[in-house]
Design a binder for this molecule. Structure first.
Ligand code: ZN
Ligand code: ZN
Length: 288
C-alpha cells in the first residue's frame, strides 16, 4: 500500500478577511499550544525572525508552504500580507505628505471587539490613520494598562502564548535588574476603558476606507475639483489629510508612543468636513 505523506496540520484556524497576521499566528498557537516562534520552527521556516518586518518577510517568502500546512487558502494569506487599499493609502500619505516612515509593528485595539465571542485582531487597528472602531463607535486604545506598552511591539510576543484578549507583551525592562527575564504582562485587554466616538467621525473613517478601495480599483480616474480635474489618488491624499486634521491628533504609528494613553488625546473636533466630497456632485462615483 502506498504511503501518503500528510503534511497538513490537523486543525485549521481560519484566517479572517482583514485579520492582523501576528494575531492569527497567535490564535493558531493557542490551538496547538505552540508559541508563534515555535510554529515557525515546526514549519521549518528558517531563521528566527527578530522583528515584525522580518516576521512578515518570513510569512511572505513561505506563504504557500505555510498556507498548505495550516490549511488556509494561500490567496487569503497573500491578501493579508498585501494589506487593504487603505493601508497602502496610509503609507503613501505618511511618506509623501508627512515624511513619516510608517512602522508596521504594534497595534491599537478595541476592547469591545475583543470581548466578543471568538475574538480576533483586526488589521485595521494597526493602521495609523484609523483611530476608531466603527462597529462599536469608540476610539481604539493604544496601550495596555497592565504594562504601558503597545501590543505586538518588539519581539517578545513571538514567544508568548496568549488568547486574543490577553496582552502578548512582556513587562518593560527594569533598569536596576537588567538581566532578569521579564514576566509576560497577560493583562486582560477587555478591561480597558473605552471612549465613545462621534458617529460622524465613524462615518468619515468608513468613507475614507471605501474611497481608498475605489481609488485602488480605478487608479487612473480623474475627479472634478472646482474647475480642474484631479487624479483620484490626489483626492484620496487630500481626504486623508482632512481626516487626520479633524481627528485632531498628530499621526503616528500605533507603536510610536509606548507608555502613554490614547485617552490623553484632545477630543475630536466636531466640524467634520471630509464627508463633503471636494469634487463636484456630477463627477461623484456612482458607487459612493
Ligand atoms: Zn470594536
Ligand atoms: Zn500589557
Amino acid at each position: 500500500m502506498a504511503t501518503i505523506r500528510v503534511d497538513r496540520w490537523p486543525i485549521t484556524v481560519q484566517l479572517h478577511p482583514a485579520e492582523y497576521l501576528p494575531g492569527w499566528l497567535m490564535r493558531v498557537g493557542c490551538r496547538y499550544q505552540l508559541t508563534p516562534i515555535q510554529i515557525l520552527r515546526e514549519l521549518r521556516v528558517p531563521r528566527s525572525p527578530t522583528g515584525y518586518h522580518l516576521v512578515l518577510e518570513h510569512l511572505s517568502l513561505h506563504a504557500r508552504w505555510i498556507a498548505a500546512h495550516l490549511g488556509v487558502p494561500a490567496g487569503d494569506l497573500r491578501a493579508a500580507l498585501w494589506g487593504r487599499p487603505i493601508d497602502a493609502a496610509a503609507a503613501r500619505y505618511l511618506v509623501h505628505h508627512r515624511h513619516i516612515r510608517p512602522d508596521r509593528g504594534g497595534s491599537r485595539f478595541c476592547a469591545r471587539c475583543l470581548a466578543e465571542p471568538d475574538p480576533w485582531w483586526h488589521a485595521g487597528w494597526a493602521n495609523p490613520l484609523l483611530p476608531l472602531c466603527v462597529r462599536h463607535q469608540v476610539y481604539l486604545q493604544s496601550t495596555c494598562e497592565g504594562c504601558g506598552q503597545v501590543p505586538w511591539t518588539g519581539t517578545a510576543w513571538m514567544s508568548a502564548l496568549a488568547p486574543p484578549w490577553q496582552c502578548p507583551q512582556r513587562h518593560a525592562r527594569e533598569p536596576q535588574r537588567p538581566g532578569r527575564v521579564r514576566p509576560f504582562c497577560r493583562y486582560d485587554l477587555r478591561d480597558a476603558a473605552v471612549l465613545a466616538a462621534p458617529a460622524k467621525l465613524c462615518h468619515a473613517q468608513q468613507n475614507l476606507i471605501e474611497f481608498a478601495a475605489l481609488a485602488d480599483l480605478q487608479p487612473s480616474r480623474q475627479l472634478r475639483y472646482g474647475t480642474t480635474d484631479m487624479p483620484i489618488t490626489e483626492v484620496l491624499d487630500e481626504l486623508c489629510r482632512r481626516f487626520v486634521d479633524t481627528i485632531g491628533s498628530p499621526v503616528r504609528g500605533p507603536g510610536d508612543r509606548p507608555g502613554q494613553s490614547e485617552q490623553g488625546d484632545p477630543p475630536a473636533r466636531q466640524n467634520w468636513h471630509a464627508t463633503r466630497w471636494p469634487f463636484q456632485a456630477g463627477s461623484q462615483p456612482a458607487s459612493l
